[in-house]
Design a protein around this ligand. Structure first.
Ligand code: NAI
Length: 268
């Protein structure tokens, strides 16, 4: 149902790879709510071509950018403003990738070159995006930036590997940059900490099937879906959440506040 909650707002959506991607759902809902935006992803991810369907459906253009490349990001932010005809109101950072997790390197024996890549792709890319946006003065006052994170930043989930470190850094950048961008331009920056969700990135984590059932049973409301996550992102981009900034917002059906549930106790 459209209430045009984002009418007139312009943005950039990172990370829509296929129909399962959380960013894909955010793009569909942002379009439904009257926003205009540019879609972006790593050039290599675009070879699969699925993003073209989303661009057509949401009447948006695609600008390829490797989120680790300052040059690509500068080009993206400049071009997005040209295409959209003005400054941005929202950015979704929905990017994560760990070569160590992909190649099943144990956390205690990681490859440090890959570790740099994990941190660069999954966390530093947010800093780079914000720094370039700030230098170009590309975001309107009260604009909203959301990055997606996971509770492994606060608690150990053994198979999440070095992505846990990346998510901690991502949340720290959110606070630190949120302060500076807030003071200077009233731009707000938050992370949404989402339930485990069946997507390409999610399914790369070892034992994901078992883990998703565990989280389901450990969450009073059950796991939050990708669609519900997209709804929360839309709310965060809207003017109804203007004074929320520098927060890590749990969107997890209550998982983060639960010690144990009867469902889990019954299984013991
Ligand atoms: P996804 O696999 O659909 O999205 C990850 C995206 O990152 C892909 O579009 C991929 O192309 C992009 N990406 C990777 N390297 C890149 C680079 N160098 N430059 C630009 N883009 C790059 O999976 P999903 O689950 O939608 O992931 C989105 C975000 O949600 C990630 O930050 C992930 O960590 C986070 N998240 C996912 C959860 C899950 O269980 N699926 C749970 C909590 C958070």
């Amino acid at each position: 149902m459209s209430t045009d909650i984002l009418k007139g707002k312009k943005g950039i959506i990172f990370g829509a790879l296929n129909e399962m991607s959380i960013a894909w759902k955010v793009a569909q809902k942002a379009h439904e709510q009257g926003a205009q935006f540019v879609l972006t992803n790593a050039p290599i991810a675009m070879r699969m071509g699925e993003i073209n369907k989303l661009a057509e459906e949401t009447n948006s253009e695609i600008i390829p950018a490797d989120a680790t490349s300052v040059e690509d990001l500068e080009n993206l932010i400049t071009k997005a403003q040209e295409i959209l005809g003005g400054k941005l109101d929202f950015i979704l950072h929905s990017i994560g990738m760990s070569p160590n997790v992909r190649k099943k390197k144990h956390y205690t024996d990681i490859n440090y070159e890959w570790y740099k890549t994990t941190l660069d792709v999954s966390a530093t890319s947010l800093h780079k995006t914000l720094a370039i946006a700030k230098k170009q003065d590309a975001i309107n006052d009260w604009g909203s930036v959301v990055a997606l994170t996971y509770i492994a930043a606060q608690r150990i989930f053994p198979d999440y590997g070095d992505m846990a470190d990346a998510k901690s850094l991502l949340e720290s950048i959110t606070r630190s940059f949120g302060y500076h961008y807030g003071v200077d331009k009233k731009v707000r920056i938050n992370t949404i900490s989402q339930s485990p969700t069946v997507t390409t990135a999610g399914s790369g984590v070892g034992g994901f099937d078992k883990f998703i059932s565990y989280a389901e049973k450990m969450s009073p409301l059950g796991n939050a879906s990708a669609e519900a996550c997209a709804d929360y992102c839309i709310a965060m981009f809207s003017d109804l959440t203007k004074y929320v900034t520098m927060q890590n917002l749990y969107h997890d059906g209550g998982f983060s506040a639960t010690g144990v549930t009867n469902d889990i106790m019954d299984m013991m």
